[in-house]
Every structure is written in structure tokens, then in C-alpha cells.
Design a protein around this ligand. Structure first.
Ligand SMILES: [Zn+2]
Length: 202
């Protein structure tokens, strides 16, 4: 049996175990999520587990956590249909998608992922290193959601939905709330590259 088949069988076994607890996986009716999270696909940063909300977060994941039209449509669904009042854009240090855009060496196969980040980098005057680029990418996508012309953007600007940006540091396990490191008046500027704070030793 191949390793992949073994992995799949193990996944099915764990699925049965986890869902048998009744804590996740059994909810015939849609429920109001505690929050909607736009996060990277990277396996190291699973929002539902990291925020301690299994089964309670509406999670949209794609490499580079870009607010693509599909991501915006999914988040809009969470806000409009499921009544979510908190949307979080979650990036992470060491993001491969951001690194690929920074290095400009990704094959064209990945254009759909890299191009939105590339455009952000072009507008960013101070994104030469990966940490600065990751930070700018989250802020860029927060701005995209805030400026969205559809119901999501309207709800944010009307104050019905709280929009936040954060970065999970995979080196320390700490969460960096970008709203703690930026004054709100500057949040809509196009060159917001306040670097990730130095690694905490605590
Ligand atoms: Zn990533």
C-alpha cells in the first residue's frame, strides 16, 4: 500500500473518531460562525485549531490568503447569510506564496496565486524581506475587503462587521494583531509596511 493510501486510511479513522465525539461534524442546520477567517492553506496554520474554535469558524483558505473574487464571495456569504460579524485576514511568517512572489521565480502554473501578491509588492515601497511582505500582504487584503463594493464592504464600512488583520508567527507560535501595531488613520494607506515586531523571548 502506498504512503498516500495509508495516510488516507488513517485520515478516515481519525475522522470517525473525531466526529464520534459530537463536537464537530454533526450539525444538520447551518449555524452562525463565531468569525470568518481568510487564511493561507499552509498546514502549519489551521485557524479552527489555533483559535480554539473547532466547528465554529467559517474558514476560507488559499495559498497567500489573498482576497480573490472567490474568497470575497465566500466571506460575503458568511456575513450575509450566516450573520458573521467578525472577519479576520490571517497571514503567517515564512509564507511560501509570498516568498514565491518576492523571488519572482514561480512557474506560470501558480499565476493565480502569485499575481495578486505580486501586484501588492509592486505597490509596496518597503517589502524587500519576507516579514515585511507578509505584513503588507495582510494589510493589503484587509484594505481590499474594506473597499469591497459589495455587501461585505458595505457591512464593514457601516460598522456592522469588524475587520481585522493578524499574522501567526510560525517561529514563536505568537499571534501578531496588526491593529495593535498600526494606528487606524494609517490603515488605508497603500504603503503600510510596519515590520513584524522582533521575536519575543517570552
Ligand atoms: Zn502561506
Amino acid at each position: 500500500m502506498s504512503d498516500a493510501t495509508t495516510t488516507w486510511n488513517e485520515m478516515k479513522r481519525r475522522h470517525a473518531e473525531v466526529c464520534a465525539t459530537g463536537q464537530v461534524g454533526i450539525a444538520p442546520e447551518p449555524r452562525r460562525p463565531a468569525a470568518a477567517v481568510l487564511a493561507c492553506s499552509d498546514a502549519r496554520v489551521p485557524p479552527s485549531l489555533m483559535f480554539g474554535h473547532p466547528g465554529e469558524l467559517f474558514v476560507v483558505r488559499l495559498a497567500g490568503n489573498s482576497a480573490t473574487p472567490g474568497a470575497i464571495a465566500s466571506l460575503t456569504y458568511a456575513v450575509e447569510q450566516l450573520d458573521t460579524d467578525l472577519v479576520v485576514v490571517l497571514g503567517h511568517t515564512g509564507c511560501g506564496a509570498v516568498q514565491a512572489a518576492l523571488a519572482s521565480d514561480a512557474p506560470s502554473t501558480f499565476d493565480a496565486i502569485v499575481t495578486p501578491i505580486d501586484e501588492m509588492l509592486t505597490a509596496c515601497g518597503d517589502c524587500d524581506d519576507i516579514d515585511a511582505a507578509v505584513t503588507a500582504n495582510v494589510r493589503h487584503n484587509v484594505r481590499r475587503l474594506r473597499r469591497d463594493r459589495g455587501p461585505l464592504g458595505h457591512a464593514v464600512r457601516a460598522g456592522r462587521v469588524v475587520l481585522r488583520g493578524a499574522i501567526h508567527d510560525v517561529r514563536t507560535g505568537h499571534l501578531i494583531d496588526l491593529d495593535d501595531h498600526l494606528d487606524h488613520d494609517h490603515q488605508d494607506h497603500d504603503h503600510p509596511s510596519t515590520p513584524i515586531p522582533a521575536r519575543s523571548t517570552s
